[in-house]
Write a new protein. Structure first.
Length: 323
């Protein structure tokens, strides 16, 4: 049987719906003992206000969209965590925290009260100072990096110190056999990294190049790139290189699969394509395994040291990927 608002009030439950200054809509059920439930709907992306409670435990659950959760521990350390749909987090008393809600996201908050106070909301200016350093793009990039993980791999941005690990495989003739570049020297790799790191801070960014990290050994085993070739038509080219010790074990398929998810889910691309030398059967199998479709053969489109080579071209569309 449905209770009326007056009947709910007789049990100590009242409604309190608000439109916040930052555009959020909050729909609340408040009990006289201080506990409450709140559904928050965001319009624009942005932070709330950093705060803590002395006698309240809170549970946050993301219904749609995603959020960034920031907290400051008792030792004054600050941390930022990305939460996706269906994920949640518990906030204990005396923990300063803040929520960044993505555009049009929805979260649910339950507050359980142990010791009711007349006013149990205390500002946390130190955490506000921490969260204020993150732009919308910074948080989007952090969310993106969370999504670039699989069972065995994670993808991350390059750093200058990676050149030794990359040189370990890029110096090998079998790695560059079907490429337009020759075995790489230390200087070549340092230049490669400088270019990739520079591209990572360009706005708008058109090249997304990541190191492939094998989780168990925490080892850099290759690289994978997604390069925007046509902004208007939402098209990008996928490329990848892997250390020979990891060939034939499904790592390239995992890494490129993560990039497809990123390209279609996060960048809203329409088409992703990749090319390979017709003799490179391993690379061709990777493209087939991630659902790409053969489109044709480009005749003598690249000049290698040994002469002109053809390229096989494969692609996948957003609707193919989503189905």
């Amino acid at each position: 049987m449905k209770l009326t608002d007056d009947e709910a009030k007789s049990f100590g439950v009242a409604t309190n719906h608000e439109r916040m200054i930052n555009g959020e809509h909050r729909f609340r059920l408040n009990h006289v003992d201080g506990s409450s439930y709140c559904r928050t709907e965001a319009t624009d992306a942005g932070w709330q206000n950093s705060h803590y409670h002395k006698g309240v435990t809170e549970w946050y659950v993301v219904q749609s969209g995603w959020i960034a959760y920031a907290e400051q521990t008792s030792s004054k350390e600050c941390h930022l965590t990305i939460l996706e749909e269906g994920e949640g987090i518990t906030v204990r008393p005396m923990i300063s925290h803040n929520i960044y809600m993505s555009e049009n996201s929805v979260i649910h908050t339950i507050k359980a009260v142990k010791d009711k106070l007349d006013n149990d909301w205390f500002a946390s200016p130190e955490l506000d100072a921490y969260t204020s350093q993150f732009t919308n793009e910074d948080i989007f990039n952090k969310r993106m990096m969370k999504s670039l993980r699989s069972t065995r791999l994670s993808l991350r941005e390059f750093s200058y110190s990676d050149w030794k690990s990359i040189h370990d495989y890029a110096k090998r003739p079998e790695v560059s056999r079907y490429q337009v570049w020759e075995p790489q020297s230390e200087k070549d790799l340092q230049l490669f990294l400088a270019e990739r790191i520079k591209a990572s801070i360009q706005k708008p960014r058109s090249q997304f190049a990541f190191a492939i990290i094998e989780k168990e050994a925490n080892a850099l085993i290759g690289s994978v790139e997604l390069t925007i070739r046509d902004v208007k038509h939402q098209a990008a080219e996928l490329s990848y290189i892997l250390h020979p010790d990891y060939w034939g074990k499904g790592y390239a398929t995992e890494a490129t699969g993560l990039m497809l998810s990123f390209g279609f889910s996060e960048m809203n691309l329409h088409r992703i394509y990749a090319k390979c030398d017709p003799r490179n059967k391993g690379s061709e199998r990777v493209m087939q395994k991630i659902g790409m479709v053969w489109e044709g053969r480009l005749r003598e489109d690249l000049l290698l040291s040994e002469g002109w080579r053809d390229s096989l071209i494969y692609s996948i569309l957003a609707r193919d990927y989503n189905s």
